[in-house]
Design a protein around this ligand. Structure first.
Ligand SMILES: NC(=O)c1ccc[n+]([C@@H]2O[C@H](COP(=O)([O-])OP(=O)(O)OC[C@H]3O[C@@H](n4cnc5c(N)ncnc54)[C@H](OP(=O)(O)O)[C@@H]3O)[C@@H](O)[C@H]2O)c1
Length: 270
């Protein structure tokens, strides 16, 4: 528990990977009342002290007036599902973590301008997430502060003024864990191809990615300095980096991949 008061009543729509990770963080801050809407049978396990689960908006208690409505459903369901919550949106701030769903679209679906759009990432599940948030014009200081607490329960939070920045954010920190996990996969595969037993290659790849992340988190040095610290002149790492850092290798591939992801985020936003 922090020194702050328990969180005010929250409606969580979508108790999947991201929704349930956020709920876990909120529980640690202390919740007064959370209603989770999710039809998946496994969502029932999210219920507990001060947390109830319903399969749809018809299961909302009549006396429930949330201070925040958190939208953690798949983006393609937004147009169909979100209008059902417009009655509760008056007097609440809406925090959407859906990729590509703009503040303008959510404002029109909810008939409320108090919309914060944010992009978290999956390390939120271990409270090491990074969320970038953007507040719509109808969000007051209290609404922004509440969203900051809701996102901050699962990691760091940064705010941007320009909503368009959420496209590169989605590419880099939103999808970023996938690229890091890909690196673990590729290191494991390469280890096996070089003759290491599969289990050892897997353990090495996982621990190397996780340990490097922990070192980066614990250090104030630039990533480039930590990289150079591993690189002896004319050594083995230098030989590998010469392949990876060739201009047409990782520098070009990562730039192209991030541009593709940001473009897809813009496409989703229509
Ligand atoms: N995963 C990420 O890396 C990530 C990062 C940043 C943002 N996001 C955003 O977070 C959102 C959720 O992603 P996720 O990975 O948590 O997806 P997810 O695990 O599929 O969670 C979505 C949940 O919504 C449920 N749902 C389906 N219909 C519903 C309804 N009518 N009412 C309420 N809930 C319903 C789903 O149930 P069923 O499984 O039964 O369909 C599921 O439990 C997405 O909009 C995504 O863009 C995800």
């Amino acid at each position: 528990m922090t020194g702050q008061d328990a969180l005010p009543p929250i409606l969580l729509v979508g108790g999947g990977k991201m929704g349930s990770a956020m709920l876990t963080g909120w529980r640690e801050l202390g919740v007064s009342r959370v209603v989770v809407i999710d039809p998946a049978p496994e969502a029932a396990s999210l219920a507990g002290p001060s947390v109830t689960v319903a399969s749809g908006p018809e299961g909302l208690p009549a006396d429930f007036h949330p201070a925040a409505i958190v939208l953690a459903i798949k983006p393609q369901l937004a147009a169909v599902l979100v209008p059902a919550y417009s009655g509760l949106a008056k007097g609440a701030v809406c925090l959407s973590i859906m990729a590509g769903q703009t503040i303008a679209k959510l404002t029109s679906l909810l008939h409320s301008g108090a919309v914060v759009r944010a992009m978290p990432n999956t390390p939120a599940a271990v409270r090491q997430g990074f969320s970038v948030a953007c507040a719509g014009p109808g969000v007051d200081a209290a609404g922004r502060g509440l969203c900051d607490r809701l996102l901050g329960a699962v990691g760091q939070v940064a705010w941007v003024e320009a909503e368009a920045l959420l496209d590169p954010v989605t590419a880099i920190s939103g999808g970023g864990p996938a690229y890091v996990f890909l690196l673990a996969e590729l290191l494991e595969q390469a280890g096996v191809e070089l003759g290491l037993p599969g289990e050892l290659a897997r353990a090495m790849a996982r621990a190397t990615v996780a340990g490097s992340g922990a070192l980066l988190a614990a250090s104030s040095e630039d990533a480039a300095v930590l990289r150079r610290n591993v690189t002896s002149p004319a050594g083995t790492t230098e030989r590998a980096l010469a392949v990876l850092m060739a201009p047409d290798a990782w520098p070009a591939a990562v730039r192209a991949a991030m541009a593709a992801a940001a473009a897809r985020s813009r496409e989703l936003a229509g």
